[in-house]
Write a protein that binds this ligand. Structure first.
Ligand code: PLP
Length: 407
């Protein structure tokens, strides 16, 4: 008899964005003539930078001739991309990362979801709350949690993000083995200082723990002194893996390219306490289960590291950050405190004690603007909403006009 993985039955039944879509559908059926503006889902709206388009065209032409055609490439990524990443994203910032420590993939979602395969079934896991749901759900699927009661899974250590700690939780008192951190944060837009990350690295080293650092929104950091990578922190090579993505950096959400950094020094332990390096384990996993990102997409990704590519990427991100500024200003004007939107595409709004789904309904009905209720990201997200800067300037300006009027 074929049995199912019953851990799947522990997953919370509905998916946040499906719930949102349902409410929008009901609204649109009732009021078909009221145009909705979406500041909800975190998908980009601006097209790929022109350097990427040019690189794509050139790479497509290479595929058209026998001499330059490419079939299967190296699973870990082509050297031209891995070398560009190591040089521009890490070494240029003083982070000691080499090209062969970079694994190119088709998404940070898959990587953050798949990485837990490397770890034991009983590891103690700490996750922030509010949180990007992938970290939690993939561990639920793997059987590392108990049941969900009142929005929290038994067996996980939740790191509370609050107004008091600026949504940057400090290390817990108790020892844990695996820690998920995400900065700039989705959903709160919070960033961690060098001191805060140094405390996490010290904690991880002391407890022989591992930090999984999701830096998918790194390109939005503008405040000087805020680390762009966990590997800017001394000692992080011994205790951290980093995830990056071209999705939000260069509009690759539909084009798909990302990478994971696993230092060669990094180890986990057997039950007996023997050290096992993780770099060869992930190499084995990646080469067994993944066949590489397409050549043309890797050429497009590499184009962002040219001088012109950097300029174009900065321009697009500056544009989204400009939207963030407008959104923050509007909520402040209406009497609501916000964080984020300055080093991140997300503005996290404190809705003054109201329920986040009630606020969602209010903005949908009174302003025809869709946002994301904070409660969808965890218990600590209740009382907040996430507003995304990913939209056209025209839509953002119209949305905030309506929001200010409705509030
Ligand atoms: N990590 C975080 C924190 C995200 O918010 C997202 C996407 O929204 C991802 C990873 C997924 O990135 P990718 O498009 O590379 O799969």
């Amino acid at each position: 008899m074929i049995q199912v993985n019953e851990n799947y039955s522990k997953l919370k039944a509905s998916y946040l964005f499906a719930d949102i879509a349902k409410r929008i559908k009901v609204f649109q059926t009732t009021y078909p003539h009221k145009p909705i503006i979406r500041l909800g889902i975190g998908d980009v709206t601006e097209p790929l930078p022109p350097v990427c388009i040019q690189a794509l065209h050139e790479a497509v032409d290479e595929m058209a001739s026998r001499e330059t055609f490419r079939g299967y490439g190296p699973e870990q990524g082509y050297d031209f991309l891995r070398e560009a990443i190591a040089k521009h994203d890490f070494q240029a910032r003083g982070a000691d990362i080499s090209a062969d420590e970079i694994f190119v993939s088709d998404g940070a979602k898959c990587d953050t979801g798949n990485i837990q395969e490397l770890f034991g079934a009983k590891v103690k896991i700490a996750v922030p709350d509010p949180v990007y749901p992938v970290y939690v759900d993939t561990n639920v699927m793997a059987g590392r949690t108990g049941k969900n009661t009142n929005g929290r899974y038994a067996g996980l250590v939740y790191l509370d993000g609050t107004v008091e700690n600026g949504f940057v939780p400090a290390p817990p008192k108790e020892p844990v083995d695996l820690i998920y951190l995400c900065f700039p944060n989705n959903p709160t837009g919070a960033v961690a200082t060098k001191e805060q990350l140094t405390a996490w690295v010290a904690y991880a080293r002391k407890n022989k723990a591992l930090i999984l650092f999701d830096a998918a929104y790194e390109a939005f950091i503008r405040t000087p002194g805020i680390p762009h990578s966990i590997f800017e922190i001394e000692g992080a090579r011994e205790c951290a893996i980093e995830f990056r993505s071209f999705s939000k950096t260069a509009g690759f959400t539909g084009t798909r390219c990302a990478f994971t950094v696993i230092p060669k020094d990094l180890v986990a332990y057997t039950k007996k306490g023997e050290k096992v390096p993780l770099h060869p384990m992930w190499t084995r996993r990646h080469t067994t289960k993944f066949n590489g990102v397409s050549y043309i997409v890797q050429r497009a990704a590499a184009a962002i590291y040219t001088k012109e590519g950097k300029r174009q990427v900065k321009k697009i991100i500056d544009f989204y950050l400009g939207n963030g500024k407008i959104i923050r200003k509007a909520f402040a004007k209406a009497g609501y405190d916000c964080i984020g939107g300055d080093n991140s595409p997300y503005v996290w709004v404190n809705v003054n004690g109201k329920k986040s789904w009630d606020f969602f309904d209010k903005l949908l009905h009174d302003a025809q603007v869709v946002i994301t209720p904070g409660a969808g990201f965890g218990k600590d997200g209740e009382g907040f909403i996430r507003v995304s800067s990913f939209n056209s300037r025209e839509n953002v300006e119209e949305a905030v006009k309506r929001i200010v009027k409705a509030l």
